[in-house]
Design a protein around this ligand. Structure first.
Ligand SMILES: N[C@@H](CCC(=O)N[C@@H](CS)C(=O)NCC(=O)O)C(=O)O
Length: 260
């Protein structure tokens, strides 16, 4: 039996809905930054408490005819499409929002290059960062794994953080980055927005270590400032649409704020 045919409906003018936890920027922030920079119309369940997320990831949710169920937020609803996994959502949004490179350059492969940069940033500057305060188990409290957290953080700050920031510094020096402070093709792209949030979170979590990184990674910090000073991003960061840092990926514990 062949698979049921799915009707393709136009999504022109259909608003985006971000489905994400309240109270932390979290991975949802990467999605928000694209929508904000592009001035897109969107709603964000962070302003409605945890219930919208809970109902999407709960055991009784089986998805619908077209969409399989979801394990974890963020999720993006756009018309009849509902997708999860941060880099997947970003890859869907970026070309639609004009954040996937110079559209006049006919660089059809740009999205794959950008996705590689994004996945790399999320690997080392987001996913691994979570392991600094949860090195043993996500289901345990930080307080139950403090000793291991310090060991893990020492290694992260000494080895992994400079490795990843050094990689992005190298990307910025490469020919493919083009003119200006951006990672790829001389234009602001969604990869720059992703790196911006990673650096912002890391500055909150490890202010001392990040200060010490500035000298050797000038390009990365210039990119950070360039994104931060974009008018729409500035307005967003000052608005109540921005969620505060607290118990998410980027957490500040004084005892983990080490320089080596
Ligand atoms: N690889 C997924 C990870 C999703 C994820 O871990 N989401 C967090 C919030 S940022 C969550 O609520 N996880 C619940 C869980 O893992 O049980 C992505 O990039 O979206």
């Amino acid at each position: 039996m062949s698979a049921p045919k799915r009707q393709k409906t136009s999504k022109d003018g259909v608003p985006y809905e971000l489905i994400y936890w309240p109270g932390i920027p979290g991975r949802g922030e990467h999605v928000r930054l694209l929508l904000e920079e592009a001035g897109a119309t969107y709603t964000d369940t962070a302003h409605q408490g945890p219930d919208p997320v809970l109902s999407m990831i709960g055991a009784s949710n089986l998805g619908d005819e077209a969409n399989p169920p979801y394990l974890a937020p963020p999720m993006l609803r756009h018309g009849d499409l509902v997708i999860s996994q941060t880099p997947n959502i970003l890859m869907y949004l970026a070309p639609r929002l004009g954040l996937a490179g110079d559209s006049s350059s006919e660089d059809e492969d740009a999205i794959y290059r950008l996705n590689a940069l994004v996945l790399t940033a999320l690997d080392g500057l987001s996913n691994e960062v979570h392991d600094c305060h949860h090195p043993i188990a996500v289901s345990l409290y930080y307080e139950d794994q403090k000793e291991e957290s310090l060991r893990r953080t020492r290694d992260y700050v000494a080895n992994r953080l400079p490795k990843y920031l050094g990689y992005f510094e190298r990307v910025l020096k490469g020919k493919a980055s083009g003119e200006g402070p951006w990672l790829y093709g001389g234009h602001l792209t969604y990869a720059d927005l992703v790196l911006f949030h990673c650096v912002d979170g890391l500055k909150f979590m490890f202010p001392k270590a990040m200060k010490a990184m500035e000298k050797e990674h000038k390009g990365v910090f210039e990119l950070y400032e360039a994104v931060k000073s974009r008018p729409k991003i500035q307005e967003y960061l000052a608005s109540d649409r921005r969620q505060p840092y607290s118990q998410g990926i980027y957490r500040h514990y004084d005892e983990l704020d080490i320089t080596e």
